[in-house]
Design a protein around this ligand. Structure first.
Ligand code: NAD
Ligand code: UDP
Length: 318
């Protein structure tokens, strides 16, 4: 059956892939975004689709629509973007969640929350299981995002307890792929662009910190499975690729795969930068029958091809 689905942050990196997927699955998709950390070009190709509707709107302001399901993704995800206006980041996380939960309550709609591995902060338990409460600095430069997302999780579970809303809370670990914002400063896009331009690869700290990188198609598959499962499973569920790499290993891989002449340079590690991060995805495997299928080399190749094309298009238009 064709559902009406709202995707907040639908013009962003993950949101645009999710909108595409939901349209392919035969739904009507309404995308709400204020383009704070994205651009219209991510969704240009969807604008002619009669089942797609784009609304420019800031989620900190209430929004009403007739929908059966809501994916709440609106929030800048890269440290550069979310630290640019920290107060606004908290407002988007908290007031945005309240507005969307209110809509879900009114419409009796299912609602999915894009939470994050950042709720674990700089984790002292490794790998991170959903039962871990985290190690978050409440007053640091990442707190607007980490604590904002933690508060949003609280709101989701309180709305469920108080109003019996059908919620799905996913804790997303580092995800990458085509349509990451060119200037968002996240490590995969930074390294690929630096390598393609033969510029220095900027490793923050000694490069021994770890991350586990999930390709966007795997992540979107997990979102849809989580939203569609019939069982009453609210989560939180970790979603990510559990294969862990040091940042130095990632840099070496990107340089080798692009055949770049770039050399690595070391810069200061930003404060509160987590030392290690790896999802325990036992719960996702069991409840969603899901695990990532795209290894880092394959996903990186697709992402390199995307950025390479983007750079040549820019060069041709100059
Ligand atoms: P993104 O920055 O590309 O997308 C976020 C989108 O939200 C953008 O289009 C932005 O313009 C929009 N937005 C921001 N504030 C808004 C507001 N007040 N009103 C309306 N729209 C607003 O980031 P992404 O990587 O696509 O992340 C999507 C979601 O997934 C975010 O909630 C993020 O916290 C979460 N997440 C992502 C990752 C990842 O690795 N990509 C990891 C953990 C969590
Ligand atoms: N990082 C880096 N060089 C860069 C960008 C990021 O060494 O040019 C590091 C960053 O300090 C962090 C890791 O890569 O340890 C992942 O950073 P990102 O911003 O992608 O995500 P997050 O820290 O939110 O996991």
């Amino acid at each position: 059956m064709r559902d009406s689905i709202l995707v907040t942050g639908g013009a962003g990196f993950l949101g645009s892939h999710l909108c595409e997927r939901l349209l392919r699955d035969g739904h009507d998709v309404m995308c709400v975004d204020n383009y704070f950390s994205s651009s219209r070009s991510n969704i240009y190709h969807l604008l002619d689709n009669p089942h797609f509707e784009m609304v420019r709107h800031d989620l900190t302001v209430p929004f009403y629509a007739e929908v059966q399901a809501i994916y709440n993704l609106a929030c800048p995800a890269s440290p550069i973007h979310y630290q640019h206006d920290p107060v606004r980041t908290i407002k988007t996380n908290v007031q945005g969640a309240i507005n969307m939960l209110g809509l879900a309550k009114r419409m009796k709609a299912k609602i999915f929350q894009a939470s994050t591995s950042e709720v674990y902060g700089d984790p002292q338990i490794h790998p991170q299981h959903e039962s871990y409460w985290g190690n978050v600095n409440p007053i640091g430069i990442r707190s607007c995002y980490d604590e904002g997302k933690r508060c949003a999780e609280t709101l989701f579970f309180d709305y469920k307890r108080q109003y019996n809303i059908d919620i799905r809370v996913a804790r997303i670990f580092n995800t990458y792929g085509p349509r990451m914002h060119k200037h968002d400063g996240r490590v995969v896009s930074n390294f690929i662009l630096q390598a393609l331009n033969n510029e220095s690869i900027t490793i923050y700290g000694d490069g021994q910190q770890t991350r586990s990188f999930c390709y966007v198609d795997d992540m979107v598959e997990a979102f849809v499975r989580f939203m569609n499962i019939k069982e009453d499973i609210s989560g939180p569920i970790n979603l990510g690729n559990p294969t862990e790499f040091t940042i130095s290993e990632l840099a070496d891989k990107v340089v080798a795969m692009t055949g770049s002449r770039s050399k690595v340079i070391y810069k200061e590690l930003p404060s509160d930068d987590p030392k290690q991060r790896q999802p325990d995805i036992t719960q996702a495997k069991k409840s969603l029958d899901w695990k990532p299928t795209i290894e880092l080399d394959e996903g990186l190749q697709k992402t390199i091809t995307y950025f390479d094309q983007l750079l040549s298009n820019e060069m041709n238009s100059n």
